[in-house]
Design a protein around this ligand. Structure first.
Ligand code: C6P
Length: 404
């Protein structure tokens, strides 16, 4: 059973006050709070195990290496990859996509080739591709969205041609909450001979991921959005494709043999992991995945869906309320504006009531341009949020609206 009171006890920060008001943390799309189990895993490793991995003959180094590699296996299970060779540790989604953009560009993209992104992407899934296209003389194409924030699938189908190398699409929009039909997107791309990257930054924390079922070629996510620490993320890639990519950064760990004449590179996944990895964060990521798995991703999804449906219904009662994104098939992210109230004013005043939301363009400026706005107020839920907190949000928004 989903015991929300017991769950909240695992997150000490949820008990604190801001401006003498109980904290209502609704900025989980930006980053999530960390349960004791995750922080304890980090403290335990620093206090009892800490040593550099893959390098030492000594006991601690071997133990730290075992923890780090067990974490890789934990990630493999969590997203149902076929092999740990397909799991590359990075600093987060942004680094995962930059890695892929560089290496994929070097291996597969030539002048005149095309890369497809969508109008609802986060800057992290636009800018690295723009940079690569500039370097390679390739072209960036954009799948438009409908007025209610879904991908125009017909436009997508028509956009593909023999020059399309890769389709880069977010699983869930960090602004609209749209859950994109990634299986269908992959099927269409594959039937055209194109590959697909799914940005899983906003999906991985909310529902079960199965990369083999989706059949995507690459998948990226961040630890800090799924209750793990900052500074750790994952790039998944199908083994036979990852084998064909050149390394990203050079240094220790990624080599097999170095001479001044020639260097040979390590096997997967180490070829892409130059330098000392954040092995404490990888261990804590595994603890976070254990934590959410114990609650059950399906239970988390159900709980957050209930909160989202409830919040949308309540918010819609407020005069002048505009909620962005689709009615159906959406995740636990609600972006809104009320009348002519500026998003920053709304966010600042909500903050004084103890309610943490995000405001602004949410690193999705092209999407803001499409919507014809400069930004939104965004409430995003996590596994520990409650209906009472939604009520506090709704009351807060009403109160702010009355001030204008
Ligand atoms: N979105 C938000 O408040 P990093 O920063 O590398 O962990 O994640 C980048 C990223 C990539 N894709 C999507 C869909 C995202 O939402 C994010 C991060 C946060 O919406 C911070 S800007």
């Amino acid at each position: 059973m989903y015991d929300i009171a017991a769950i909240r006890q695992d997150f000490p920060i949820l008990g604190r006050e801001v401006y003498k008001k109980p904290l209502v943390y609704l900025d989980n799309g930006a980053t999530t709070q960390k349960p004791r189990q995750v922080v304890d895993a980090m403290v335990d490793e620093y206090y009892n195990v800490n040593a550099n991995v893959h390098r030492g003959v000594h006991f601690l180094s071997q133990q730290a290496t075992d923890l780090h590699e067990q974490s890789r296996e934990r990630v493999r299970q969590f997203i149902n990859a076929q092999s740990t060779s397909e799991i590359v540790f990075t600093r987060g989604t942004t680094e995962s996509i930059n890695l892929l953009a560089f290496c994929f560009g070097e291996a597969f993209v030539h002048e005149g080739d095309e890369i497809v992104v969508t109008e609802m992407e986060h800057h992290s899934n636009i800018v690295p591709w723009q940079m690569m296209c500039e370097r390679k003389g390739a072209k960036l194409k954009v799948i438009p969205i409908t007025d209610d924030g879904r991908l125009c699938m017909d436009a997508y189908r028509q956009m593909l041609n023999e020059k399309t190398r890769l389709v880069c699409c977010t699983h869930v929009s960090n602004v609209l909450g749209t859950i994109n039909p990634v299986k269908e997107i992959v099927k269409i791309a594959h039937s055209n001979g194109s590959l697909v990257l799914i940005d899983g930054a906003q999906s991985t924390p909310h529902f079960a991921i199965d990369v083999q079922d989706v059949d995507c070629d690459f998948f990226a996510f961040s630890g800090h959005k799924i209750y793990a620490p900052t500074g750790i993320g994952v790039l998944y890639g199908k083994e036979q494709l990852m084998e064909k990519l050149p390394p990203y950064q050079g240094g220790g760990e990624m080599i097999q043999k170095v001479t001044f004449e020639k260097t040979t590179y390590n096997d997967l996944p180490y070829k892409f992991e130059a330098g000392t990895p954040d092995y404490v964060a990888s261990h804590a990521l595994a603890a976070a995945l254990d934590y959410v798995s114990k609650l059950g991703m399906d239970n988390i999804f159900k709980h957050e869906q209930e909160l989202t449906t409830y919040a949308i219904a309540k918010l819609q009662e407020i005069e002048g309320m505009r909620i962005f994104g689709p009615v159906e098939g959406r995740d636990a992210v609600i972006s809104f504006l009320v009348g002519n109230i500026h998003h920053l004013d709304m966010g600042t005043l909500l903050d004084r009531l103890g309610i943490a939301v995000r405001t602004g363009h949410h690193c999705a400026e092209p999407l803001m341009n499409r919507l014809g706005i400069t930004g939104t107020v965004r409430a995003s839920f996590g596994l520990y949020n409650t209906k009472d907190e939604v009520d506090v949000l709704v009351a807060g928004v009403k109160r702010v609206a009355q001030m204008f």
